[in-house]
Ligand binder design. Structure first.
Ligand code: SF4
Length: 706
């Protein structure tokens, strides 16, 4: 316990979602804290959602915490408590042997959008700059990689152009493939308050399910799953036909419009409406709402990203902002809602298999040389690393020998979970670095490394609007747990690598900021004290004026070589696993209101379990009637990969022919048979490599004893 801090209050940031709400953390006795919303924080102005309000129960309950390093010398031995030195010495020896025998691509790190920026930075530096492989990916691959790719293709770089204050400046919000009422609740409250104060503004929700976000919608387009590109093109067509596009912007600041215009006229409005399963009049009304808006925001998340055509869906949506010129001005722009608290920070340091720091390009030899020179390590490989699902395929077929899993629970969160289980069984060496003894990968670990949790370590995070916040260490971690960055740096030194002997966390941060110099996300010169002084700050940072940047592209100069935005025209064909006579229904997955990811944190809090206690299957009444399924009855959902057994919840919120399963339940907190990812699709987007969690073919049956 940091005795000197007891009774004091500190500002911090909620560690759950990408909204990035500010909290006041008061250090209490017994190494515990209490948490309340920070009234002066620009994001939430004191508000917290159910998860944020219950943060203290999650962090104060240390009953599940991993306290000491554990290790076994072979797969037949039980894990034993060992010293940090023994665990890291042996792991360094195993990694060195594997790299010598099979090459650097025989090892991989699989981390998390919940890691702090400093943690991401050192993991990325270690594997890319010193081990010589690009095999680092994170669970952000399951979340935002389609948006990252689309931003890069359309705007030249992974750059979210808006700020949250654009919500209150917008008069048309097009929310698609997202349920912010449950998944980004504080942003949603800002939208609700904006609508209540300005009833004339228009809110359009696009979702195959009627979610809570529809409660204040002017229009709900309950589309057939996967038809987003067709819908966005149909809206584009109507905007062009009705002359509600911005030809000046298109001519001066974009490329690709002529091809786009041809493509959107290939289908009639009636054909598009039939494909999407919505009324033609609703598409016309949507275009009318957009046309009359001074500020037009498009907001989206997993419904677009987690798809076999996730990038195409993203591009078709961004096009609506581009053809109407609604970008780089107040109340307007494309706004991807990030899932995890620091997925943005990971993107900034290049912590994915295909990225380099500060949005540099792995395919660019100049960029690789620049980063290598800065780090002073080995030559950075030009071979793209393995992405999340590819890592487990490579473990399964023996190309990958060792995996180091940090702060994520792939056995619950990755698609086709039984395959992931087999892959981990086949791995020669598995390191699991985590805070909780509830993560399922522990069963396959050769080494377990206990990590420090939120409030127990220092670092920075960036939220969905590029807002960087500084989190202080407020209490000591339990047992021998260490901050993730310190674990990685100690390991790097054991491997004999120079450049990981940082005196403090801010030294890592300063190194990261120097690497952003002269890039578009420049934060060179930004220190922890400057962030604290401003409370938070949005990149890029202006060193001369000591200010951040609320909105990008006000000058209409994009980051592409021509400085023009690109209007792409991808096909609208859906390449997901299609229903057939054997598997006639479409499965889509998502979150419930009060749980987070695989529930290793929220599953500890009884208040949070009250909203949704168990996993369930949501099904339309007509489908349930046809299958003879009653409300509350245990049902079996089968796909080509396995089955799930959960109680049915009959609901008119579902579209006919579509069923829904929540994503959170896994083997430890539920049981093997209520894990949704037993049955999800193995398809991924070919460009972003993001899995298709939102579409696969299933059949549903009544459960019977036999
Ligand atoms: Fe935390 Fe997100 Fe809720 Fe804000 S909206 S309190 S960041 S979980």
């Amino acid at each position: 316990m940091m005795q000197s801090e007891r009774g004091k209050s500190f500002t911090s940031t909620c560690c759950y979602c990408g909204v990035g709400c500010g909290v006041k953390v008061r250090v209490e006795g017994n190494n515990t804290v209490s948490v309340e919303g920070d009234k002066e924080h620009p994001v939430n102005k004191g508000m917290l959602c159910s998860k944020g309000m219950n943060l203290q129960y999650t962090v104060n309950d240390k009953s599940d915490r991993l306290l000491h390093p554990q290790m076994r010398y072979n797969k037949n031995m039980p894990l034993q408590r060992v010293s940090w030195d023994a665990a890291l010495t042996r792991t360094a020896a195993v990694f060195s042997t594997l790299i010598e025998k099979y090459g650097p691509d025989s090892v991989a790190f699989y981390a998390s959008g919940q890691c702090l920026t400093e943690e991401y930075y050192v993991i990325n530096k270690l594997i890319k700059g010193f081990i010589g492989s690009n095999n680092i990916d994170t669970n952000s691959r399951l979340c935002m990689s389609s948006a990252v790719t689309a931003y890069k293709m359309a705007l030249g770089e992974d750059s979210v152009p808006i700020c949250y204050d654009d919500i209150e400046l917008s008069d048309c919000l097009f929310v698609t493939g997202a349920n912010p009422a449950w998944c980004h609740p504080i942003l949603w409250r800002r939208i609700e308050a904006h609508k209540a104060a300005n009833p004339h503004i228009k809110i359009i929700i696009v979702d195959p399910r009627a979610t809570d976000s529809c409660s204040i919608a002017d229009l709900h387009l309950q589309i057939n799953p996967g038809t987003d590109v067709t819908l966005n093109y149909a809206i584009g067509r109507v905007l062009i036909e009705s002359d509600n596009i911005d030809m000046d912007f298109i001519r001066q600041h974009s490329e690709g419009f002529d091809r786009y215009r041809e493509l959107v006229f290939e289908k009639t409005l009636a054909e598009s409406a039939a494909i999407c399963g919505v009324a033609e009049s609703d598409i016309l009304l949507t275009a009318t709402y957009i046309a009359s808006a001074k500020g037009f925001l498009t907001m989206w998340t997993m419904g677009l990203n987690q798809s076999a055509i996730g990038v195409n869906k993203n591009l078709s949506l961004i096009n609506l902002n581009l053809i109407t010129g609604h970008i780089g001005k107040p109340g307007s722009g494309p706004f991807s809602l990030t899932g995890q608290p620091n997925a943005m920070g990971g993107r900034e340091v290049g912590g994915l298999a295909n990225l380099l720091p500060a949005h540099r390009d792995l395919n660019n030899g100049g960029h690789r040389a620049e980063v290598q020179k800065f780090w002073g390590g080995t030559a950075i490989s030009d071979k793209a690393g393995l992405t999340a699902t590819e890592m487990f395929e490579a473990l399964h077929d023996g190309r990958l020998k060792a995996i180091w899993i940090i702060c994520t629970n792939p056995l619950t969160s990755l698609p086709n979970a039984r395959f992931v289980e087999q892959a981990l069984k086949k791995a020669k060496y598995v390191v699991v670095q985590d805070i909780s003894d509830q993560t399922e990968s522990l069963a396959y670990a050769d080494v377990i490394l206990p990590a420090a949790a939120w409030t127990e370590k220092e670092g920075t995070m960036t939220n969905s609007e590029r807002r960087i916040s500084h989190l202080q260490k407020l209490v000591d971690p339990p047992g021998e747990a260490l901050p993730d960055a310190e674990i990685i740096c100690r390991f790097a030194s054991k491997m004999g690598f120079k450049g990981f002997d940082y005196a403090c966390m801010e030294d890592i941060y300063k190194e990261h900021t120097r690497l952003t110099k002269q890039t578009n996300l420049n934060i060179d010169g930004l220190s922890y004290s400057l962030i604290d002084e401003h409370k938070t700050i949005q990149w890029p940072f202006n060193k001369k004026s000591n200010t951040g940047t609320a909105r990008l592209f006000g000058n209409k100069l994009f980051y592409t070589p021509s400085r023009k935005a690109i209007i792409h025209s991808p096909p609208d064909h859906l390449s997901s696993e299609m229903p057939d006579t054997e598997y006639p229904l479409i499965l889509t997955t998502g979150r419930v209101r009060d749980h987070w990811h695989t529930m290793t944190k929220t599953g500890k809090v009884s208040k949070l379990k009250q909203h949704t206690k168990d996993a369930y299957l949501e099904i339309h009444p007509a489908d349930a009637l046809e299958l003879g399924i009653e409300n509350g009855q245990v049902s079996v959902v089968r796909s080509r990969r396995g089955e799930v057994q959960v109680k049915a919840r009959i609901s008119t919120a579902m579209k006919r022919g579509v069923v829904f399963l929540p994503m959170h339940w896994g083997k430890i907190l539920g049981n093997d048979l209520n894990r949704t990812n037993n049955i999800t699709s193995t398809l991924i987007d070919p460009i972003s490599k993001e899995p298709d969690f939102k579409y696969c073919a299933v059949r549903v049956e009544k459960w019977s004893k036999a």
